[in-house]
Every structure is written in structure tokens, then in C-alpha cells.
Design a protein around this ligand. Structure first.
Ligand SMILES: Nc1ncnc2c1ncn2[C@@H]1O[C@H](COP(=O)(O)OP(=O)(O)OP(=O)(O)O)[C@@H](O)[C@H]1O
Ligand SMILES: [Mg+2]
Length: 277
């Protein structure tokens, strides 16, 4: 089993979107996958996956349930898949978020022990091939926990001045935890530029920055993922329906179609990652 953390310097760059789609893609390819919402200060994996969980990772942290009670089996939602797909959600209630605001090193160490036992249980009892950890942005104690248990860290960045600068600062701050199995993925390339292949001219530049920077730490370049324009429009429609009281489901793009640029790009990232694992 391998554990992959999906991380970014800034929020809203697509960690959860990529984690969820990567989890489905791996399961479609026949791997057993579990995805964990480790963004305990702002959980939203349950929203992406349209679930109302009864128990959460927080309950496992507080020793009030067994791990199995907060693992949901989503395998029946994977189209054409041979693998199992499980998810472990975090509690979005204000009291749980408030608890995370008071997180100190002692509590974070307890959470780390729990994360290590989750890894063991996932490998032994669930026969998981890939454990994906969707993290919270920036630098924090839970992020450090997720890095400690991960064989690979996938950094997501948007190609903007603000995000690139924040990412470089963050990578320098984390240099102890980053090794050559970590990758950087550029998400949300504007669809028009992606179609025209404009990003390809920049690939070499990004690679050389990654190889020369970060105090001799080298990070692989994972690739480019375009913004799916239809998805952005759909999200707007779904939000409109939701506030009108309808129950709505967020589409999983790799489940909808493997022919769209988003899925093709994510598939080549997935192949790169699994080949080198
Ligand atoms: N490639 C993409 N195409 C279309 N929409 C995208 C893409 N990537 C992300 N999004 C959208 O951008 C928004 C932010 O994405 P997401 O929630 O995955 O970010 P995040 O990094 O997990 O944020 P946070 O740090 O707050 O958890 C969402 O509305 C998501 O659906
Ligand atoms: Mg997220």
C-alpha cells in the first residue's frame, strides 16, 4: 500500500477535486482505494461525494467508535470499476471545527498515532492499494502528520503569481519532508490555453525550476490539468438548485467521461504516479 497526501499552499486550488477524481480513477483501474478527509478545520469531502455520514474520523480520534464505523464503502458508485472505494469523512459541525482551532502539539501527536493505525488497518483489513489523504492548505500540524505517513506528496498549484510564490515559500519551509517522489501538478489551466497547447511551452521552465530549487530537493513535475468549463457551469446550476431546496449531486468527471481533457490529463498523471510507485 502507498499513502499519498494531496496538498497545496493556498486553498481552493483543487485538492479535493483532484483527490476525489484520482480516487475514482484508481478504483476504476481495479485498485482498492480509501480517501480520507484530513482537512478537519474545513471538511467538505462528504459534499463532493454526496454523503451524510453517521460517524466521522473525529469520533475515531476521540475513541468513541472503531475505525470501521467511520469508513463508508462507495464501491458501487465507481463505474466499470473492479476495485473497492472507501471514504473516511471529517465532521463539519461548528463544535468539531472549534476543537481543531485549539489543536496543540500534544493532540496532534495523538492524531498522528491514529493516522498510523489507520494505515495499518487499511493495509491489513481492507487490502487497500492507495490511501489518499486530502489535506488542508498551508502549513499546520495536521499537514505535518499527513506528510509523515505519506510515501508521496502531490502538490497542487494554480499558475498564478500569488499561488506560485506561496507554493515556492511553502516548499522551502517543508524541505525536510519533501523527497524525489513528491510531484507538483498545475491545476485549472484555462481551457482555451490548454486547447491551444500554450502550457506546453512552459513545461521545461517549470521542470528546471523544480530541479534547481528548494535547496537541492528535487520534485517531479506531475503535469497540467485544465479547468473543465462545463463543470464550472454545472456547479453554478447545482448551487442554484441547492439553495432552492433540491438535493443535488456533484458529478465525478472521470466517472462521467474519460474522453474530456480533464480526465485525459488526470489519467496521464495517474499513470505516471502508479508506474513509479
Ligand atoms: N480542473 C478543474 N476544473 C473545474 N473546476 C475545478 C477544477 N479544479 C477545481 N475546481 C473547482 O474549484 C473549486 C475549488 O476546488 P477544491 O474544493 O478541490 O479546492 P481545495 O484546494 O480542496 O480547497 P480547500 O483548500 O478549501 O479545501 C471547486 O469549486 C472545484 O470544483
Ligand atoms: Mg479541499
Amino acid at each position: 500500500m502507498e499513502t499519498w497526501s494531496i496538498h497545496s499552499a493556498k486553498g481552493g486550488v483543487g485538492k479535493s477535486m483532484i483527490s476525489v477524481n484520482l480516487a475514482f480513477l484508481l478504483a476504476k483501474k481495479g485498485y482498492n482505494v480509501c480517501i480520507i478527509d484530513y482537512d478537519l478545520a474545513a471538511p467538505n469531502l462528504h459534499t463532493y461525494l454526496g454523503r451524510t455520514p453517521r460517524h466521522f474520523l473525529n469520533d475515531y480520534h476521540n475513541n468513541s467508535v472503531e475505525l470501521g464505523d467511520c469508513i463508508e464503502d462507495l464501491s458501487d458508485t465507481v463505474h466499470l470499476g473492479g476495485g473497492k472505494l472507501y471514504a473516511c469523512f471529517s465532521n463539519p459541525s461548528s463544535s468539531s471545527i472549534d476543537e481543531m482551532m485549539k489543536l496543540d502539539e500534544k493532540k496532534a501527536t495523538k492524531m498522528l498515532r491514529k493516522l498510523i493505525s489507520i494505515k495499518k488497518i487499511m493495509q491489513k483489513e481492507y487490502q487497500i492499494d492507495y490511501l489518499l489523504v486530502d489535506t488542508s492548505p498551508g502549513i499546520g500540524l495536521t499537514v505535518v502528520n499527513s506528510f509523515i505517513v505519506s510515501e508521496r506528496i502531490i502538490f497542487i498549484v494554480r499558475f498564478s503569481k500569488v499561488d506560485i510564490e506561496s507554493t515556492i515559500n511553502m516548499l522551502n519551509g517543508f524541505k525536510e519532508s519533501i523527497n524525489e517522489t513528491s510531484s507538483l501538478v498545475v491545476n485549472m489551466v484555462p481551457p482555451k490555453l490548454f486547447d491551444e497547447g500554450r502550457h506546453l511551452n512552459l513545461e521545461q521552465v517549470v521542470k528546471s525550476v523544480l530541479q534547481s530549487g528548494f535547496d537541492r530537493q528535487s520534485i517531479q513535475f506531475g503535469g497540467w490539468i485544465p479547468t473543465d468549463r462545463k463543470f464550472v457551469e454545472q456547479e453554478f446550476e447545482l448551487a442554484t438548485q441547492m439553495i432552492s431546496g433540491y438535493s443535488v449531486e456533484i458529478p465525478i468527471l472521470v466517472n462521467e467521461s474519460m474522453e474530456i481533457p480533464f480526465s485525459i490529463a488526470l489519467n496521464s498523471l495517474c499513470e505516471k504516479l502508479t508506474e513509479s510507485s
